[in-house]
Design a protein around this ligand. Structure first.
Ligand code: ATP
Ligand code: MG
Length: 375
């Protein structure tokens, strides 16, 4: 373990960061996406500091395979853009660069942000500043692909090993500044089997209401990500217990709480467990997520139970209402309604697996005369 020092204002040497060697942190370079490595090397060749950062470093230390590989660099967006032909600058308030690869692969390259860049303003900073605007210590590690070291300014490596979630941004402002971090904390707690400390849980309980006015599109994005994560069941159990669901999906929250339908809570979390087990291209499409979310309610609710044929436009309106304030795309709601209507007779109720017949969208498409569902 190497220690990086810096000079304090009084001129004294103080510890700034811990630097872990490949042997110590255990990340194998060959586990890092080769395109990400190429980007890192190219940036460095042109004289810019560049690191793999965030979720990828965390997941590699945990021995999991990262979903995406994010890069942080001192190069500014227009400079990054110049180095990669297949890239585009995106974002309004905080600009960053997407580098595109075949097969819809995108690697996100962002410029170090300064601590002052509250929210998402375009104030670029140094590596030392970038660290302190990352949400949790387990997300604040920097991997240098050239010497294969991990730089840790905030004790994140030890936290990962201890399976602990610790806020880098002061607790007093972490969720106030960006309430979506509440959903992120819950996600990491489940994905990384880390416990949420009491202080963070308390903050979440007291501040979940801040999620209400957050931009609908951001919550919608994060929400569908959680559902497709393969651990939706545990994540939503925790979100329910911490009452976060009350502000993200209030209709669902009250249904789970109030036993309007007997055993609904068990049915619902079983449905999510099934969704989590699903693999395959379309199995976690947004439409399929909606089907899993609402099938139990639709099929078991007295409103529909004794009716021969579910009325499409009615169901469409109901699903829109149930999802409020989250706004799924109309076409996803339409597809979900079609599947729900045409597959009711395949619904096995308590028998597992309950959704065998609606495994894919194409199955629904093949059926002739699908119901018209838009109101
Ligand atoms: P996932 O595994 O779901 O992709 P991730 O940790 O990689 O999780 P991303 O949304 O890909 O999360 O963001 C990459 C990194 O950017 C995070 O690890 C974190 O350091 C930082 N980050 C992202 N969103 C926020 C936020 N809202 N507040 C503070 N830091 C953030
Ligand atoms: Mg990521």
């Amino acid at each position: 373990l190497l220690i990086r020092y810096k000079k304090s204002k009084k001129g004294k040497l103080v510890k700034q960061a811990e630097v872990y060697t490949a042997e110590e942190h255990g990340i194998k370079l060959k586990k890092v996406d080769p395109d990400a490595v190429r980007i890192l090397h190219r940036l460095q060749r042109y004289g810019y500091a560049a690191y793999l950062v965030g979720g990828a470093v965390r997941d590699l230390i945990l021995g999991q395979s990262p979903k995406d590989f994010d890069i942080a660099t001192e190069a500014e967006p227009h400079e990054i853009r110049k180095l990669f032909r297949n890239s585009r600058i995106i974002g309004k308030r905080f600009r960053l660069v997407h580098v595109y690869f075949p097969g819809n692969k995108i690697i996100e390259v962002s410029t170090f942000r300064s601590e002052d860049s509250k929210g998402f303003d375009n104030i670029f900073g140094t590596l030392e500043e970038d660290v302190f605007r990352r949400d949790f210590s387990l997300n604040a590690l920097y991997y240098n692909a050239s010497d294969e070291t991990v730089i840790d300014f905030v004790g994140g490596f030890k936290d990962i090993k201890k399976r602990e979630i610790r806020a880098v941004i002061p607790l007093a402002k972490i969720f106030k500044e960006d309430p979506v971090r509440i959903l992120r904390a819950i996600k990491y707690s489940v994905n990384c089997s880390c416990s949420l400390p009491f202080s963070i849980k308390q903050k979440i309980k007291n501040q979940s209401k801040f999620l209400e006015p957050v931009s609908v599109s951001r919550v919608t994005e994060e929400f569908f990500k959680l559902f497709a994560s393969g651990q939706a069941s545990q994540i939503f159990k925790l979100a329910y217990e911490l009452k976060v669901l009350r502000y993200v999906l209030p209709e669902l929250y009250y249904l789970l709480k109030e036993h309007e339908i007997e055993n609904f809570r068990t049915y619902f979390f079983t449905a999510l467990e099934q969704l989590d087990k699903k693999t395959g291209a379309d199995s976690k499409s947004r439409a399929m997520i909606l089907v899993h979310l609402w099938a139990d309610l639709i099929y078991r609710h007295e409103k529909w139970q004794n009716i021969k044929k579910i009325h499409g436009p009615d169901l469409y309106k109901d699903i829109k209402h149930l999802m409020n304030p989250i706004i799924p795309a109309n076409k996803d709601v339409e597809t979900a309604c079609r599947i729900l209507i045409s597959h009711r007779r395949y619904f096995k109720g308590d028998e597992l697996p309950r959704f065998q017949a609606c495994a894919s969208k194409s199955h629904a498409k093949k059926k002739k005369g699908l119901p018209h569902v838009t109101p």
